[in-house]
Write a protein that binds this ligand. Sequence first.
Ligand SMILES: [Zn+2]
Ligand SMILES: [Zn+2]
Length: 220
Amino acid sequence: MALTPAQSRFRERYRAQISPRYNPFRHLLWVFGTGLLLMGFISATLESVRLLELLVVPLTLIVTNFGEYATHRWLGHDHRRRGSMFYTRHFVEHHGFYSHKSMAIEQGRDLRLVLFPIWLIFAMSLGVIAPLSALLAWLWSTNAAALFAITALASYLLYEFMHLCFHLPADNRLTTLPGVAFMRLRHTVHHDPAHMGDCNFNLTWPMCDWALDTTAREIP
Ligand SMILES: [Zn+2]
Ligand SMILES: [Zn+2]
């Protein structure tokens, strides 16, 4: 852990403004509990799924991977977005708090700057996933709509889980899970101020980084 004096001051200031009522366990429970419950309810609506309908799963994974990449790269790191809510939370706060030399959370409350706010999973579910599912149900079938919603929610939770693992202390077993260690190293490079604007924007699997040639050439 190597904090610069400016980063230490930033962390102190940020922690001081977190509400005393903030509870990291409640935050985890709301995000993962809501996502898993919704996935469970929607799964129960599936009936005699046809092979062709299963195509929705890989297609949704490609779409959500692009969504993750585009949001991170063009909303989280584009300086023209200065002042916007996502830019502030991601570039100013998340990257101000965690650098490649100090990636780990030091206390439970530091989780506030790793997980998305609780309201976002509700906003995404109601504002994006539900309307697209309704469209898919109208155009194709209720199974296709349900498979889309389940995969989109799973992608959201996978993002949260992976990002959490990336910011856990290195001796935590979750950091050594297959796939996690590889993506964790990539995300650590992304947190280097010299690289954050140009590489490793994917956090779950690096499809778009490969396709758009934004994978870091070397590990510093
Ligand atoms: Zn991060
Ligand atoms: Zn970033």
